[in-house]
Design a protein around this ligand. Structure first.
Ligand SMILES: Nc1ncnc2c1ncn2[C@@H]1O[C@H](COP(=O)(O)OP(=O)(O)O)[C@@H](O)[C@H]1O
Ligand SMILES: [Mg+2]
Length: 217
């Protein structure tokens, strides 16, 4: 089953807001693979990402340069355009893999040009690969589907959901496998606790129905 979060954007500004939310989840080494036609909004999405990462340089399409590098933000951002790349040989030739080790985030347009790229990159479990598909559903409307491979650092399960705890109003992420819970939007092994511990430490009963708006990530 393919689990994804879907957004509807009604303007370029909406798209930038959605990508800013995604940006809060990014950490060094993560990869965004875009899918979507010309004019879908991949570059617009990247502009929002860049702004949220604290990049003030104008983000332009890397069509001719193949990669644009932005290094002034919270994380370096490497924005690729793979439109004219259709083989692994080409991908190696442009140094795509070298960028993986530079401690930044890669955002690649036209990732669908390279068959099996996601599986190829997924071998290293320390990084999250997000697939972002943007579909044009109207002049200014876009459907944005985000699918991530978020893995629980405690048990390795990828059954992660997001929900709001009714009693505290906190948005949390929960591993369905082992019950690990994070109040941060981003999973990291140093701020984990379990659902039971989180609730009990606040004098609450650890009932799953205390969660609302549950969404699989
Ligand atoms: N909701 C929306 N989200 C993103 N772009 C939109 C939206 N509505 C209209 N647009 C326009 O669509 C175009 C998207 O272009 P761009 O981001 O360069 O696409 P791509 O990189 O996918 O080819 C821009 O001109 C943008 O202003
Ligand atoms: Mg583009």
């Amino acid at each position: 089953m393919e689990e994804y979060v879907e957004y509807i954007s009604r303007s370029p500004e909406d798209t930038a807001r959605i990508s800013a939310e995604i940006a809060t989840q990014l950490r060094a080494g993560d990869i965004i693979l875009y899918e979507g036609d010309m004019g879908a909004g991949k570059t617009t999405f990247t502009k929002g990402l860049a702004a949220a990462l604290g990049i003030t340089d104008p983000v332009t399409s890397p069509t001719f340069a193949l990669v644009n590098e932005y290094t002034e933000g919270r994380l370096p951002l490497f924005h690729f355009d793979l439109y004219r790349i259709d083989s692994y040989d080409d991908l190696y030739a442009i140094g795509f893999l070298d960028y993986l080790d530079r401690g930044g985030v890669i955002a690649a347009e036209w990732s669908e040009n390279i068959e099996g790229l996601e599986q190829e990159l997924a071998g290293d479990s320390s990084r999250t690969i997000m697939k972002i598909r943007i579909e044009k559903t109207g002049e200014n409307e876009r459907r944005i589907k985000v699918r991530g491979h978020i893995v629980c650092p405690l048990c390795g399960s990828n059954e992660i959901s997001k929900a709001t705890v009714k009693q505290t109003g906190d948005t949390v992420r929960i591993c369905e496998g082992c019950g690990a819970l994070w109040t941060e939007p981003r999973i990291s092994s140093d701020n984990s606790t379990t659902f039971a511990h989180y609730m009990e430490s606040r004098g609450l009963k650890p009932y799953w129905n205390e969660l609302e708006g549950k969404q699989y990530l």
